[in-house]
Design a protein around this ligand. Structure first.
Ligand SMILES: Cc1ncc(COP(=O)(O)O)c(C=O)c1O
Length: 394
């Protein structure tokens, strides 16, 4: 079955009585009642399928989990309260019975870097960053660090670097490490990391999956080997997504493939236009033939889908110039997030990578003149017109 079909069918219409709701309802109950203690005992003991307590399992979250696991071709999923909670759960599960050492891509979302340096490192986990687009450097780092886990992003935030996922998975597997992939920017329409050898794929569902700027959530999808440990840890820690958010995320996903196709097409138009503008110093976009990972993108991405984020640098711009430009925007929303139906712009130095040290930011290539545009589903002419007037006025 094709992804466009799965998004509208998977997870729904679970039979629990004579009638079946066509779409999964919001189940708010905290706990579940059975005719006999014996039945409840079997559910608690995981001998029978069923729900006992919503920190363990919830029917609305379960429907969403089945849907996302289906889209990623995984064994099972866990819906979490945020993307960060999902990344944390994936890493903790990966490291449960492996060496407490992580090799991470140096190009990551700011809070992921903070999770590594401010939470996991102080708790005794060794952390080492490396450019994962350089496979030789990665091999050296893995040989030296002997990691239990590799952490990468499919398309990195915000400079859109793309590592060779299949080769990285091979390196991880040869070293006995688990590969955790944050695929928020790519979505399962562009890449499905588990099919390329990853052990965990994580999404901030806040972004493209939910897609409407009204949900905070995350999802971890994993293979058969790690799924029981992921759920067991979640039963204890309880980082789960609530039923209202699960419902909204599932509703959002039904149109996600259509949205992404439109957003990707719009992003191509916007990136091409930006590249010709005299005030723009550099455009970062995976469709560009001069992209440093162009060969990997050609090999691993489907035709004509390059994601819908366009990052760019304004010529001779620092904070003041960027503030003036962004204040002049009338349609594109100045806000921290991405992947919504509306176009949004963010200033990485101020928001997504604010907590990252200036030295690490410099190593990643994030300067004071860089902005990140998440292209929405609007008419592309209107997005371009807004950028044009803001570049002229700001
Ligand atoms: C690539 C990436 N991963 C993870 C996250 C964290 O997601 P959340 O804000 O849902 O915790 C973000 C948030 O911007 C992100 O951009």
């Amino acid at each position: 079955m094709k992804l466009h079909t799965k998004v509208v069918h998977a997870g729904d219409r679970k039979k629990s009585g004579p009638h079946v709701p066509v779409t999964t309802p919001i189940h708010t109950a905290a706990s579940y009642f059975y005719d006999s203690m014996e039945q409840l005992d079997r559910v608690f003991g995981l001998e029978d399928k069923g729900f006992s307590y919503s920190r363990y399992d919830n029917p609305t979250a379960a429907a969403l989990e089945e849907l996302v696991a289906t889209l990623e071709n995984g064994h099972g999923a866990l819906a979490c309260a945020s993307g960060m909670a999902a990344i944390h759960m994936a890493i903790e599960t990966a490291l449960a019975d492996r060496p407490k050492s992580i090799v991470a891509a140096s190009a990551l979302y700011g809070a992921s870097i903070s999770l590594l340096l401010q939470v996991l490192q102080p708790a005794g986990v060794a952390v080492r960053f490396v450019d994962v687009c350089d496979l030789d450097a990665l091999r050296v780092a893995v040989a030296e660090a002997q990691p239990g886990c590799l952490l990468i992003e499919t398309i990195s935030n915000p400079l859109l670097r793309v590592g060779q996922m299949d080769a990285i998975a091979e390196i991880a597997r040869a070293a006995g490490a688990a590969l955790v992939v944050d695929s928020t920017f790519a979505t399962p329409l562009i890449m499905r990391p588990l099919e390329l050898g990853a052990h965990f794929v994580v999404h901030s569902a806040t972004k493209y999956l939910a897609g409407h700027g009204d949900v905070l959530g995350g999802v971890v999808v994993t293979d058969e080997e790690h799924y029981p440990a992921l759920r067991a840890l979640s039963r204890i820690l309880g980082p789960v997504m609530g039923p209202f958010e699960s419902y909204l995320t599932m509703r959002g996903i039904k149109t996600f493939a259509l949205r992404i196709e439109r957003q990707c097409a719009n992003a191509c138009r916007v990136a091409s236009w930006l590249a010709t503008h005299p005030r723009i110093a550099q455009v970062y976009f995976p469709a560009s033939p001069s992209h440093p990972d162009a060969a990997t993108i050609r090999r691993l991405f489907p035709p004509n889908l390059y994601g819908a984020i366009v990052s760019f640098e304004l010529k001779d711009a620092g904070k003041n110039e960027i503030f003036r430009f962004m204040d002049a925007l009338r349609l594109v929303v100045r806000a921290t997030s991405l992947g919504d139906v509306h176009s949004m712009m963010l200033y990485p130095v101020m928001s997504s990578h604010r907590e990252v040290s200036p030295k690490h930011r410099e190593r990643m290539g994030i300067g004071e003149g860089l902005v990140r545009l998440s292209v929405g589903i609007e008419a592309p002419e209107d997005i371009i017109e807004d950028l044009e007037q803001a570049l002229a006025r700001g």
